[in-house]
Write a protein that binds this ligand. Sequence first.
Ligand code: CTP
Length: 417
Amino acid sequence: MRVVLGVAGGIAAYKAAHVIRRLREIGHTVTVVPTPSALEFVGAPTFEALSGRPVTTDVFDFVDQVNHVRIGQDADLVIIAPATANTIAKIAAGMADDLLTATVLTTTAPVVVAPAMHTEMWLNPATVANIATLRSRGVHILEPAVGRLTGPDSGPGRLPEPEDIVAFALAAVGSDEPSASAQGGALTGRRVVVSAGGTREALDPVRFLGNRSSGKQGIALARAAHAAGAEVELVAAHVDTGLLSDLPADISITPIESTLDLQEAMETAQASADVIIMAAAVADYRPAEVGESKLKKSGDEGMRIDLVQNPDVLAGLVASRRPGQFIVGFAAETGDATHTAHEYAVEKFRRKGADLLVFNDVSADRAFGHDVTEVVVLAADGDEVVDAARLAGTKDDVAQKVTAVIAERLTPVESTP
Ligand code: CTP
């Protein structure tokens, strides 16, 4: 389940760290959305390290991804713990002046609020009325515990213990069991980002330079990683019609067009990815100039198109990866008079430096768009190719086998404090 954990600015914000850990232990993914004042109590790096995902408080961050809408729309459950009197009042009033309140306003997922504040604030008629408003709208309120508060005072207003918050929240959505994916999937708790399809480089508003990639292999990998319990993002360049329509709803799809779009999407995704699979067929060049209007024929003359080189997205991801992040490249090769396709693949692997390179020989147009494929998986140890496994079958079979190879080679999930 994709859980958004909102954290408001109270002394109990430190308990949110344990809520994150507990949720992740039982297989849920957690996006933390603190209010700006929550970060006065607990720093963003703590939330990022514990959740494994970027943290922002501002609706103006990641504007291109319409973050304030997307986080709410993607959530299966929103928990606010601790919820201060101020945040409760803003939610009751329907305000949206930070990322957390905007997220609450956009989500259709169940919302669980765990208030924590001084007794006087909790019992104040304004808070009492706001809580009644939230309850009347179906928000689940976890009554604060009675006990020692920040100072010497004690009374109702204390944030319940993290295990109780998690148990209450899961019961509220009718899921007090660990999620299915938590029950032993080889990639449970991992975030996998897969690129698929062929990039398109615009020549003018209607024409582009493209390639024959169908996207089948990348989409099969996204599906296989999801089936193995991973949280999956599919960065989709152009793919064949219909391929995206029957994917599991919780695979998030980021559509892109060009290599530069791909680079931007992958760099953003890299921040929170445990595994990156670059199955997209990427254009190495793009037109130096893109016509603002449709290019016209000029007499009987031919046409020259100047191309400039695109960045190597995979090489860039490898260069900037964090420790433990696992990166897989793909290569479709043809042999020639001097080298076999395999030799070219080995050379490419050494040049790019990923953890695995999945290569197929497309000499006789055997791979693009077909359901059955044969690949060789090259595994590197430094510059040395240490093993090569030949896998054949449908693209789904190959995807499952490649996914299993990846899962075997991942470093174990670090235990959090
Ligand atoms: N790739 C990439 N960025 C590019 C080109 C390729 O990220 N500009 C990635 C592909 O997604 C794939 C791998 O690199 O995972 C190999 O792609 P391929 O097109 O075979 O490699 P090139 O570097 O383009 O090599 P070549 O000179 O053979 O075209």
